[in-house]
Design a protein around this ligand. Structure first.
Ligand SMILES: *[C@@H]1O[C@H](CO)[C@@H](O)[C@H](O)[C@H]1NC(C)=O
Ligand SMILES: *[C@@H]1O[C@H](CO)[C@@H](O)[C@H](O)[C@H]1NC(C)=O
Ligand SMILES: *[C@@H]1O[C@H](CO)[C@@H](O)[C@H](O)[C@H]1NC(C)=O
Length: 270
């Protein structure tokens, strides 16, 4: 009995302790976060006149500088993430910001995200000194110049060019393919720069969808999905009527076309 009362007393004591210590702690933390935000604000500068293009060596040993190994051209696939690196040595108490040149929009300051576009974030990699700007679900309009800025006086800038590639379809041997009558027409369509394989690929002959169960027979398609997706259209026992335009139309890329010439005799190869 006495033991129970003692535990209750201890718990009561702890509750009071929590009120005295914990709540002011929270207030203090919130206050500090505000101060941090102000600190960041004081580091941003968009006065273009003071910008200096520089990937040069430091003026003195302790000054921040850009590592010359930083890549200045980055290519990303539509729909995937792009990673833009900015490797800064001797940063000290300065901050690294990323700015989009198209509209002089400050994206991030340190690890703090300044844009409402939630696709942007900057991650600092301690082991390599990289301040990596990540752009999620890259779109074509994201292509362009991004500036990595160090908050020195004057400001130091490093420019990274992002190119964005869209899925493209090509047919091997285009624009013209010659085959002998009676042989097999084998058309290969490749879909490159696609974040995911196309959901479907349609083949057309004379702008009409090819029906693999048609009365003609001997028509089949083999598709291999991967980083590069390929689709082979095979037409056995080619006849003169099989000549003409063939097109490959993937769900995620523009149409690619080829002209097939079925010849009533020998095909001369060079
Ligand atoms: C980066 O891309 C630009 C434009 O496409 C080109 O002029 C430049 O030579 C490229 N730089 C490097 C280092 O590849
Ligand atoms: C950064 O450090 C330098 C010297 O180490 C000091 O003079 C300067 O006041 C510091 N700046 C800030 C914003 O703390
Ligand atoms: C069709 O052509 C492609 C590319 O040359 C080749 O890889 C494939 O094996 C061919 N398929 C047939 C059935 O001949």
């Amino acid at each position: 009995m006495k033991y129970d009362v003692m535990i209750l007393d201890i718990m009561k004591g702890f509750t009071i302790y929590a009120i005295i210590i914990f709540i002011p702690g929270v207030i203090l933390t919130v206050g500090l976060a505000d101060e941090f935000a102000e600190e960041f604000n004081s580091h941003i500068s968009i006065e273009t006149t003071t910008w200096v293009y520089s990937s040069s060596s430091p003026t003195s040993y302790a000054d921040p500088y850009f590592d010359p190994m930083t890549l200045s051209n980055v290519t990303a696939l539509v729909g995937k993430s792009a990673y833009l690196n900015c490797r800064v040595r001797n940063l000290g108490n300065k901050t690294v910001s990323w700015i989009r040149q198209r509209d002089i929009h400050i994206l991030t300051v340190g690890s703090y995200v300044y844009t409402t576009d939630q696709r942007f974030q900057t991650v600092y990699h301690r082991e390599s000194d990289d301040w990596t700007l990540q752009i999620k679900w890259v779109q074509k309009r994201d292509a362009g110049v991004y500036e990595c800025q160090i908050s020195t006086q004057p400001i130091l800038s490093y420019f990274v060019y992002l190119s964005v590639v869209v899925p493209t379809a090509t047919i091997l041997g285009a624009p013209d393919i010659h085959v002998e009558k009676g042989s097999t027409i084998n058309l290969t369509c490749s879909i490159k720069y696609s974040a995911d394989p196309p959901a479907y690929i349609f083949w057309f002959h004379h702008d009409e969808v090819i029906n693999y169960d048609s009365s003609r027979g001997g028509v089949s398609v083999i598709t291999e999905k991967g980083d590069v997706t390929t689709s082979h259209l095979l037409i056995q026992n080619a006849d003169l009527a099989d000549s003409g335009k063939y097109s490959c139309s993937p769900s995620n890329a523009d149409v690619a076309s080829v002209r097939v010439h079925v010849l009533n005799g020998k095909v001369f190869r060079i």
